[in-house]
Design a protein around this ligand. Sequence first.
Ligand SMILES: [Fe+2]
Ligand SMILES: [Fe+2]
Length: 412
Amino acid sequence: MPVILVADDEKRYLDLLRKLLEPLGYEVVTAEDGLDAWRRVRENPPDLILLDLAMPGLDGLEVLRRVKADAVVKHIPVVMVTGMDDSRTRVEALEEGADDFLSKPFDYAELRARVRSLLKVKAYHDHLRRYNLRLEKTVEERTRELREALEHLKAVSEETILRLCRAAEYRDEETGMHIWRMSRYSAAVAEAMGLGSDFVESMLHAAPMHDIGKIGIPDHILLKPGRLTDHEREIMKKHTLIGARILEGGRTAYVRMGEVIALTHHEKWNGTGYPRGLKGNEIPLEGRIVAVADVFDALTSRRPYKEPYSLEKSLEVIGRERGGHFDPEVVDAFFRALDRIRSIREEFDDRRAQLMPSQVSAGFQWGDAFIPYWEDAAAGLQPGGKGPTQPLEMAGGTQWPNPSLSLLCVSY
Ligand SMILES: [Fe+2]
Ligand SMILES: [Fe+2]
């Protein structure tokens, strides 16, 4: 039921309006002065206000001013009820936003018609407001859903890229952690060079693709334990071209950058690299950055044919190749980022990769108990977990089970 607030300092008019309006199906609320009217408007916004112009204290004009200045209630139609025929006050009320006028004494037909049409306007306005609110909420919801879907899609594509790269690495990498580390090294160096965050992020996602072309290298060459012949080495070098061909024509920035990196990560600053023997700034920046990150990780990692170099020795090699194999500016940035590089190296340690709980069931059966191993950074492999936490009574004395046994059971 529409609610009409009637404000008048003369009680007989309040009674009269109530008597006229209630039979029409409206709820009538009354106020005997301006202040009371304003309070009621704020507390319980009506659908229409009939406002006597001349009231003691807060007069009709002032109440009107307050209503129309208030964002919450300004849309409520206000009819100014005037006794005298004061055209100057009418103009003022119009300027303040009055929606209509009624003069005393009331013409019943006129009153009914005005009230009805203003309430119709108000109802339409309310409908519109509700609709807009719903619309805003829907748009907000859809925008959120869209953002989530996009983020999900981005995560899926990033993950797909990474998994494919791991698949390519898997054949000759023991742990697949190489691409995890070298992509982070690359991003850290790019950041130290002051390159924008977009570029840094692209490096992070594109660098893992550097060796994707190894997919096209036959096993007997890729996995050959000994030295490669010249002919085999030439075939091995083709992984750059194959990688670029796999990635060519990419529609996303990551894949396009991946193509550049796959093609150029074995170029050398002094022009002696492959596949094209590019020199200095002819080599795209992303290729120059990945060259350092890739070699550094190869130096510090264990490979079937070599023990890892110490950090000091690896840094020495990188420094020595400043201006030879590597872009001097990239090497300088690499050394500026050394703290970060060190912590990436520790975080993505190969041994840790083998012992990630999601990937590992390491341990051995001892009687009825499966004794898993957990890794202690300081002490290396330790038995523990669900198995006995105390040394076992074994033939020949009390001792921990031999940790080397566990290696037979490591699976990842
Ligand atoms: Fe490579
Ligand atoms: Fe690599």
